[in-house]
Write a protein that binds this ligand. Structure first.
Ligand code: NAP
Ligand code: SF4
Length: 666
């Protein structure tokens, strides 16, 4: 059997999980739509995919504990019927599901938020109200009541959210808890609330119900918990009635990335491994684990009893079934980009997935078999073209995919060369595997002509983009980002023109000098100041990045700070990474000329020369529509998608989504 550890059952006494895979909690936004059929289908799809246990998105135990006003919860008996739809559908699919109880404390986006003390978080505009004794008692009662209702609603258990800087975590550390009563001061007092919550939840749900406690193993904030405190809490929570411990890493206000694609895989799993011998209950590891191989290796190495993956189940609900049937390469990989999941959540949009546009859209986007098989030509094997070909072929069409270069991938082949974006390798590999498996006829090294496209029932143009000509005097002395990412020689001092996603990527490529910290955990920890919580409270120390390989200026014409348009949840990481490497980011620049001495610019009314050896042009893209126009002239109808359609703000998310939606209709 493949992955014998990961796929072995886990006996938890009154219940045995069929394997060691947990789908971790994710906010989808579906509950807030009020369409509980859609919620049920989201989870049931993943249950059918074979996962051992799922944890729902965080459910508020009361109004003040909701992450935002109107956040879903389990406040009233009426809510129980909605949740029952979900649990019934999951159980019909032979799945198991626990409900996460999430009290946000001072992270609640509301002026009514509450916490241990009136200490505002740096990521919230609201100062919390410090709870009095009666207020604390009410929160405990509400959490225990939510757990009892979860049982009534048919869940197999609850997860009590005690990490990531939420309510219970806030009481644990003097950073937020400034109380001098029985709930503050000594560590025994500071941990009283989480332990009491677990005790009362256990009393409310009875013995034969799963109670997972999500414990923060490393807070990654100043004055966070020490390792001894973490161990003390874990033992107390076990005694209070927890049946499993899940791993939480870093508070939301931490200035250390914990789940982004540039975080090394399984970067924090050793901490779960360190806690494991201290407790007698099974322990679950998490963070940046996205393949069955990595998960299996963690179990083999004794790092945990179970492995939590969350976003990988957006990318592929059939993760476990594919792993179990020897089809691991067919698992659509989560590349940890956050572009369609967390970035959506933080923009008030429904969660989905860059790799899988059906995620959270199971009831509205389907890839049903086509009523009649057509002959379809797709031109261009970038993300838009590959997704179209893949979905169309799976629906029963006969698809020919033309690609003028010698390989599949398009712009993804540039992204994968950027240090910290190694996950794109897996994405290109998956597309190649999947397109072949779907029976697509791939014609590499063929620049399709109008003649080639005669006789097809449908023609899809996914020819992508080409770099914009910025029209700067002397630009023939500059380099295109395409050449740079493909290995062209670049000097020690470099100016990058254009500070969009690609300008940032190129700057990171240039300062890294071929060494990716994502593939070197020790360097990555030093770079971000991640210390051992046994030595430094909260596991934070001063960042000590390696020297930059080059001196880089990153420029744009807009007067604002470069990087404002980057992803909501990842932009700060890119900006911080470049700042650490001394990259000089300038907005409000006019480009006068590229000269032998460097780049002549006008900034704040002052003309100056940046003394650089090379200038790299990353000034955006234009649609590559030559073939589309020739087809139009020949009166051959074609669908134009992805960058060939609209280049502005094109990214892989939009390209893949466009391709998937077209292929679902063809
Ligand atoms: P972009 O985001 O549109 O940025 C283009 C940059 O070029 C801007 O900084 C723009 O700033 C500048 N520019 C535009 N016209 C110019 C001109 N005529 N002369 C000089 N500068 C000019 O495009 P991109 O960086 O090429 O990226 C393309 C897409 O790929 C983006 O939409 C992005 O979402 C995606 N991508 C995403 C990531 C990611 O991490 N999520 C990474 C890479 C790429 P000014 O106009 O202010 O000068
Ligand atoms: Fe993973 Fe990106 Fe999909 Fe989110 S959008 S699940 S991070 S691949």
């Amino acid at each position: 059997m493949p992955y014998p550890h990961l796929l072995s059952p886990l006996n938890l006494g009154h219940i045995t999980l069929k394997n060691r895979v947990l789908m971790g909690s994710m906010h989808t936004g579906l509950e807030e739509t009020g369409d509980w059929n859609r919620v049920a289908e989201f989870y049931a799809t993943r249950a059918r995919g074979g996962v051992g246990l799922m944890v729902t998105g965080g459910m508020a135990p009361n109004r003040e504990g909701g992450v935002f006003p109107g956040a879903a919860g389990l406040f009233t008996p009426a809510d129980i019927a909605n949740h029952r739809l979900v649990t019934d559908r999951v159980h019909q699919a032979d799945g198991r599901i626990a409900m996460q109880i999430l009290h946000a404390g001072r992270y609640a986006y509301s002026k009514d938020c509450v916490s241990a003390s009136a200490v505002k978080s740096p990521i919230s505009p609201f100062q919390p109200h410090a709870l009095d004794d009666a207020g604390i008692e009410m929160q405990i009662t509400d959490i225990a009541t939510a757990a009892a209702r979860a049982r009534e609603a048919g869940y197999d258990g609850v997860e009590v959210m005690g990490s990531e800087g939420y309510f219970l975590n806030q009481f644990l550390v003097s950073h937020v808890n400034r109380r001098e009563d029985q709930w503050g001061g000594s560590y025994e007092n500071r941990m009283r609330l989480p332990v009491e919550v677990v005790r009362r939840v256990r009393a409310a749900v009875g013995a034969d119900f799963l109670l997972i406690y999500r414990i923060s193993l490393i807070d990654l904030i100043p004055n966070g918990s020490t390792w001894d405190e973490v161990v003390q809490l874990a033992k107390a929570v076990e005694t209070a009635g927890a049946s499993l411990l899940n791993t939480g890493i870093g508070w939301h206000e931490a200035r250390v990335p914990t789940i982004a694609t540039s975080v090394p895989r399984a970067a924090f799993a050793h901490l779960t491994g360190r806690l494991r011998p201290e407790v007698g209950i099974p322990i679950i590891t998490s963070n940046r684990i996205n393949t069955p191989d990595v998960a299996e290796a963690l179990l083999v190495d004794g790092m945990a009893d179970m492995v939590s993956m969350a976003r990988p189940f957006l990318a592929d609900p059939d993760f476990v079934n594919k792993a179990a049937t020897g089809k691991a390469r067919h698992i659509a990989p989560c590349i940890a980009c956050n572009q369609a999941c967390l970035d959506h959540t933080f923009s008030g949009k429904l969660t989905s997935c860059l790799v899988n546009p059906r995620a959270c859209h199971e009831t509205v986007l389907s890839y049903d078999p086509a009523s009649a098989a057509k002959r379809i030509a797709v031109v261009g094997a970038g993300p838009a073209g590959m997704m179209t070909a893949n979905v169309a072929a799976r629906r029963g069409h006969r698809v020919v995919l033309f690609e003028k270069s010698g390989s599949l991938g398009g712009q993804l082949n540039l992204a994968r060369r950027v240090p910290g974006k190694e996950e794109f390798d897996g994405l290109v590999d998956w597309f190649a595997t999947s397109v072949a498996d779907a029976g697509v006829e791939v014609r590499l090294n063929v620049a399709a002509t109008v003649e080639d496209l005669h006789g097809f029932d449908e023609v899809v143009i996914a020819t992508g983009v080409s770099p914009r000509d910025p029209g700067i005097a002397g630009q023939e002395r500059g380099l295109s980002y395409v050449d740079v990412l493909q290995g062209a020689a670049v000097g020690r001092r470099v100016a990058v023109i254009g500070a969009g996603g690609i300008g940032f990527d190129v700057a990171e490529f240039l300062v890294a000098g071929g060494h990716s910290a994502t593939l070197d955990l020790a360097t990555w920890r030093k770079e971000w100041g991640v210390a051992d919580p046994a030595e430094r409270r909260g596991g934070v120390s001063d960042p000590a990045p390696e020297a930059a390989a080059r001196e880089v200026w990153l420029l744009q014409r807009k007067p604002e700070k470069p990087g404002r348009g980057l992803g909501k949840t990842t932009g700060w990481i890119h900006r911080a990474a470049l700042q650490m490497k001394g990259v000089k980011m300038l907005g409000g620049v006019s480009y006068l000329a590229i000269e032998p001495e460097g780049l002549r610019i006008l900034k704040d009314g002052v003309e100056q020369i940046l003394p650089v050896d090379d200038v790299v042009l990353c000034a955006g893209q234009l649609p590559e529509r030559g073939l589309a126009e020739q087809l139009a002239a020949a009166e051959i109808k074609a669908h134009v998608i992805g960058g060939a359609d609209v280049a502005a703000e094109l990214d892989a998310k939009r390209a893949i989504d466009h391709g998937a939606r077209l292929a679902a209709r063809l």
